[in-house]
Design a binder for this molecule. Sequence first.
Ligand SMILES: Cc1cc2nc3c(=O)[nH]c(=O)nc-3n(C[C@H](O)[C@H](O)[C@H](O)COP(=O)(O)OP(=O)(O)OC[C@H]3O[C@@H](n4cnc5c(N)ncnc54)[C@H](O)[C@@H]3O)c2cc1C
Length: 385
Amino acid sequence: MRKEIRSLGGEIRFGAKVTSLGYPENGTVKKVRVEYSDVIERGLGKEETERINRMARERVEIGSEDIGHSARDVYKMLHKEKIPLKPKPFAVGFRIEHPQSLINSLQYKEYSDQVVTGKKGTDLANGSKDIVEGVLPVASYRLATDLGYDGKINRPVYSFCMCPGGQIVPASTSEEETVVNGMSFSKRDSEFANSAVVVGVGEEGDEVLEEYWEKWGVLGGMYFQEDIERKSRELGGSNFTVPVQRLPNFLNSTLSPTLPKSSYRLPKKSSPLHTVYPPQITNSLKHAITEIFERQIPGYLDESALLHGVETRTSSPIRIPRDKETYLVEGFENFYVAGEGAGYAGGIVSASCDGIGVAEKVCANMGAEGFEGFGLGGKGVKENY
Ligand SMILES: Cc1cc2nc3c(=O)[nH]c(=O)nc-3n(C[C@H](O)[C@H](O)[C@H](O)COP(=O)(O)OP(=O)(O)OC[C@H]3O[C@@H](n4cnc5c(N)ncnc54)[C@H](O)[C@@H]3O)c2cc1C
């Protein structure tokens, strides 16, 4: 892809950090300040890499922004520069992990011995290294309800980014915060099944965020996420030690005296995760798990299920409003935003589709013909992520 871009006259600039947009005037961003750190690009050789690094430092250009959902310094910078921002709903909760063999048996019942993991045709998730004749993929699940009762109102509660045969990984962006995420290797052959289990927050008037919006305005949701991640760090401690609690203990608000195995490779600490979130979030989770999810997959609420704290970055708490037709940031003539951080995606595929859609709009707005149709041109990309 890089070769193709370069052959068409484009440049790839690694190690380039946007630190300021200058002061936007009359709907035009006049300059972009970029700080460079030297990078070695694989396969280019030292001389070519040095030439590109030199060139990158000499030229600064206005571009589009695609900043992910964890770039909090970027939100602060955009807010300071008076770029329009809007709060948007997002979701927070935990990463839950079960033994994969349990999920296989809950989902496939008597056929669970037909599961094949890995490329060798073995059934590692069920603890077997023998070649099996099975035909079923490692089991996954999806749980969702709009009826997670928080004591006053119903909130959406759902599983997200389920990783069969996967691993829980640290996703913190600072030493002061503890955040986790999940992934599977292509073989999906670990002994564990993990998934985010999260509660919707941040709809207009949500009392959970009231004091944050009052104090921080549009950035309130971001500071709420940050507070939760700091609490998680306080409970776990240093070195990305993750606070954990067995699911039944979370539901009874008691500490777990013993812990089951977990795929998280760094230290774990038994902690009162039921104290991390405001009661509305904790109540909704408890209600959805006991009253709804356990009915949807009987056995989900198992002693071996372990909650890991915290999963807060399922999508961005902020959106940068853009014109529906041109995709330009509202009020600007030359400024585009795309992807998750801009508030128009949640996940790899939707972020990529949004990126293609924005690129097509940039071409169309510049009068270039023949570029529409490769991506979605904005169609199909949900307004709400
Ligand atoms: C461990 C893990 C597992 C995941 N697994 C999945 C999965 O299985 N499926 C799925 O759909 N999603 C998954 N996700 C989420 C997925 O990675 C994101 O939804 C997706 O990457 C968002 O794409 P994006 O292009 O909007 O942002 P990003 O991929 O975050 O890209 C933003 C880029 O902007 C750069 N940037 C930030 N600030 C600046 C700045 N000031 N100047 C210049 N550049 C800057 C960043 O370095 C980054 O390269 C996972 C995330 C994690 C952390």
